[in-house]
Design a protein around this ligand. Structure first.
Ligand SMILES: CC(C)(COP(=O)(O)OP(=O)(O)OC[C@H]1O[C@@H](n2cnc3c(N)ncnc32)[C@H](O)[C@@H]1OP(=O)(O)O)[C@@H](O)C(=O)NCCC(=O)NCCS
Length: 145
């Protein structure tokens, strides 16, 4: 686990495109990660290419998870959990005391990941993901450290 660097961007854009209906391109990721308020971590095997990323936007003491994705072939092996755990530990070191996010209610693996780390549901937006890219409610989840 380490911080994302510029050389990771093409790989991270590929992972993002494979994970979301509207993936973020290299330019979008670069703009996002160069912002002072963003913190991004990746998981990789040794010195290999990243297998996943997580990005939060910080307004200390709060942080919002903007995205988390693991490459499709690497999912279900505990990497998402390891990556998010590491990310939250790093954020805590920066003075963050709460993390929140929005997730499609029907996204089983993601909801399980968040609940497993202690996130609780604090709100629900009915029909937020309705349309071509999704079909359900958005859960607003929060973890106080
Ligand atoms: C959500 C995501 C990041 C999880 O990463 P991952 O490495 O596959 O997850 P892990 O292997 O660490 O597993 C985390 C939890 O999800 C569960 N899980 C993983 N894959 C699952 C699946 N296909 N179905 C059901 N549960 C699953 C695991 O059992 C584990 O739960 P536990 O801690 O209670 O045992 C990954 O599935 C992904 O990239 N999805 C596409 C992008 C996305 O939806 N991101 C979230 C947007 S809010």
């Amino acid at each position: 686990m380490r911080e994302a660097v510029a050389a990771d961007l093409p790989c991270l854009a590929r992972i993002h495109a494979a994970s979301f209906h509207r993936g973020w391109g290299v330019d979008e990721l670069e703009r996002l990660l160069s912002g002072q308020a963003a913190r991004a971590h990746v998981v990789a095997r040794g010195t290999g290419e990243p297998l996943g990323l997580v990005v939060s936007h910080l307004v200390v003491p709060e942080a919002e998870i903007l995205t988390i994705a693991i490459a499709p072939a690497a999912r279900g092996k505990g990497m998402g959990r390891l990556l998010l755990t590491h990310h939250l530990q790093r954020l805590a070191g920066l003075g963050v005391t709460a993390s929140h996010l929005e997730v499609e209610a029907g996204n089983g693996p993601a909801v399980k990941l968040y609940r497993g780390l202690g996130y609780g549901e604090v709100g629900r937006r009915k029909g937020y993901y309705a349309g071509p890219g999704g079909s359900g409610d958005a859960l607003v989840m929060r973890l106080d450290f």
